[in-house]
Design a protein around this ligand. Structure first.
Ligand code: FA5
Length: 339
């Protein structure tokens, strides 16, 4: 058996050297490496070898198979390169031709919804603001009526940086920047990434996306806020969705509300996304607190306004019935190609 294997190897190596083109190579592959090839038939006859010799023979046969496969691959590579060089020399290969693209990329579903929201609000006369993801304490907390002793700071588990700055824990910091930059009346949204040192589960990520909304004018009321929220949700879901407004506490709004949407994953019956409640917290909101206006040198006796902070990841989850927020950053193409 051993002699048979060694002579097969020698024969195969010398016939590989004689291969001059891909047709020869294919003949070689069929003869020695394919399932019906000679090496496989030798391997099949292993059962006839004395049991004490079988392991050593099996090992030798596998080594030979691996060597032949490696040599075959290298030879095939060499031939391909020589072929390309030949075509280039003869001018038969046009390297400027576009590549066949059978797997085109597309925007992430969160980016898609962000752009839709931007369009909806631009249609209502809102500007689109941008702000830094590395923020200072003043814009993320202090100017939002959350001084350093305030327990509300603990409700957002913040990633603090060594230099005293932080990764913004909400897009509300951009409200402040907008009010500092522009004089009222003023309307704008600020979409972007935010960070919290959260325990991650089906509806909580440590890095997620919000859209802040801000409307400052004279005589702004809760009615203006509710109308704007309704228009936005109708535009996004293309139908009326069930929402509920309940009191919510945020130091930068007064009164404050939580706008919940009936869970579209379980149709309100209760699941891991809505924590069995049938409702998903989507968009806290309220009327801008006078102290916040004062921090931005806006006179609260003249101006009033509303603000909201929409969770974009959860909005996408509701729209497509996605049952786990962790899919978004999983990098799993089977998930992402569905959008
Ligand atoms: C805030 O961040 C406030 N800044 C929102 C606000 C703005 C209130 C303006 C009033 C006026 P909250 O922590 O609840 O609030 O987050 C807002 C939304 O972000 C939530 O309703 C939810 O949809 C989403 N969200 C919060 N935490 C997470 C998380 N860990 N993962 C995914 N989405 C989250």
């Amino acid at each position: 058996m051993k002699e048979k294997l060694l002579s097969l190897k020698e024969l195969a190596m010398s016939s590989l050297k004689d291969c001059a083109n891909s047709a020869h190579l294919e003949e070689f592959r069929l003869k020695y490496l394919s399932k019906k090839g000679e090496l496989t038939s030798v391997l099949k006859s292993l059962k006839d070898v004395a049991p004490e010799l079988r392991p050593a023979m099996g090992q030798l046969a596998n080594e030979i198979k691996n060597t032949l496969q490696k040599e075959f691959n290298e030879f095939q590579d060499k031939l391909k390169k020589a072929d390309i060089a030949k075509q280039l020399n003869e001018g038969g290969l046009d390297v400027t031709l576009p590549v066949a693209n059978d797997m085109p990329g597309h925007l992430h579903p969160i980016t898609q919804i962000q752009r839709e929201i931007e369009d909806i609000f631009r249609g209502m006369g809102f500007m689109v603001f941008d702000g830094p993801q590395v923020e200072d304490e003043f814009h993320n907390f202090t100017a939002l009526n959350i001084p350093d002793w305030h327990p509300a700071r603990d409700s957002q588990d913040t990633f603090w940086l060594n230099d005293g700055n932080l990764l913004r824990s909400h897009t509300s910091s951009v409200q402040i920047r907008a009010m500092q930059q522009f004089t009222p009346p003023l309307r704008g949204i600020a979409p972007g990434r935010v960070f919290r040192n959260e325990a991650i589960d089906a509806s909580h990520e440590a890095c997620f996306y919000q859209v802040e909304g801000l409307y400052i004018d004279k005589n702004i009321s809760v009615g203006n806020l509710i109308h704007t929220m309704k228009v936005m949700l109708r535009e996004i879901f293309k139908k009326d969705v069930e929402v509920r407004l309940r009191p919510g506490f945020f130091p930068f709004v007064e009164p404050g509300f939580e706008l919940d949407i009936s869970c579209l994953i379980c149709k309100g019956k209760g699941c891991s996304v809505c924590k069995q409640s049938g409702w998903v917290e989507l968009c806290p909101c309220g009327l801008v607190h006078p102290n916040v206006l004062k921090h931005c040198n806006i006179d609260p006796d003249i101006w009033s306004g509303f603000a909201f902070g929409l969770g974009m990841d959860r909005l996408v989850m509701m729209r497509y019935g996605i049952d786990d927020i962790r899919h978004f950053h999983s990098g799993d193409l089977r998930f992402i190609r569905q959008f």
